[in-house]
Design a protein. Structure first.
Length: 282
């Protein structure tokens, strides 16, 4: 694992003018479209770990356009710095902009072996995000391809769960794992929900459509890199696949939420029946 640079301290995201390259400020049309969408599920109080980044455009959008800060973001990729720049011509500038915003950028980070990262020791994150994961094994046979990606995701869930924030150890709120995948074949065959909950460590919290227009400047890239004449820009490769974000929490947090919901439902039922309910119960 190699680190691009460590932030000296919290810094606000710097926005430059049209020729400065740092800003990806949305146009009027983009702002209008964004206003009709629900806000992204991230805020300035989150501590965010991004794994499997490609060209770091999602991380950059999150820092510069959504949070207006980068010091709460740790963005990582499996690639080395050299390999990343060979695969994605826009990545180096994105990394620089991220670091200028105060984010930590790490290379050669295996999302299935997060416990091997020394700088992660003792750390917990409120959001761990894996967008469009893929084993990138180049397997043509669909069944073998599915198995390869299922193996990747099982290992990721087991690796990431211990790094989630936990109210049982004094954290303000339970952490979440966000995984975004395309829908349709072969991705539906991965059965993301079952992979996450099958270990007994995680519970399914919710899911929602992933809208790339919520993240100005975000440009999806394949694991194999961007190839002229083969790859497509403007997120064409994902918008017609109706991508969805699945949210998972530790199983104990899921059970606590369910118990609270049941308690609330019971109190409402008792009120409707005319019973007296104390303030403590409410």
């Amino acid at each position: 694992m190699k680190e691009a640079a460590l932030a000296a301290g919290p810094k606000k995201a710097q926005q430059s003018g049209p020729n400065g390259a740092a800003s990806t400020a949305p146009t009027k049309a983009q702002k209008k479209a964004m206003s009709k969408l629900p806000p992204p599920p991230y805020n300035g109080n989150d501590t965010i770990l991004l794994v499997g980044e490609a060209n770091f455009s999602f991380a950059k959008s999150l820092a510069l356009e959504i949070l207006n800060r980068g010091d709460t973001i740790t963005a990582t990729t499996l690639d080395s710095f050299t390999k990343m720049t060979e695969k994605y011509t826009d990545a180096q500038q994105n990394v620089k902009d991220l670091e200028d915003a105060g984010a930590t950028v790490l290379f050669e980070v295996d999302a299935t072996k997060l416990n091997k990262i020394k700088s992660f020791k003792g750390k917990r994150f409120s959001k761990i995000v894996f967008n469009f994961p893929h084993a990138g094994a180049g397997i043509k046979d669909q069944d073998r391809n599915v198995v390869s990606n299922q193996k990747l995701m099982r290992a990721f869930f087991e690796s990431a769960t211990p790094f989630l924030t936990d109210t049982d150890v004094g954290d303000r709120k339970p952490g979440e794992i966000h995984v975004t995948v395309k829908t349709g074949l072969p991705y539906d065959l991965w059965n993301i929900k079952r992979l996450a909950t099958g270990s007994g460590l995680l519970g399914n919290k919710t899911s929602f459509p992933f809208k790339p227009q919520q993240y100005p400047g975000y440009e999806h890239r394949r694991t194999i890199g961007f190839k002229d004449g083969v790859s497509q820009g403007d997120n064409v490769e994902i918008v017609d696949k109706s991508p969805k974000t699945f949210v998972f929490v530790k199983r104990v947090a899921k059970e606590a939420d369910m118990a609270k919901e049941q308690e609330t439902a019971d109190i409402k039922k008792r009120k409707r029946a005319g019973e007296d309910v104390s303030d403590d119960e409410e």
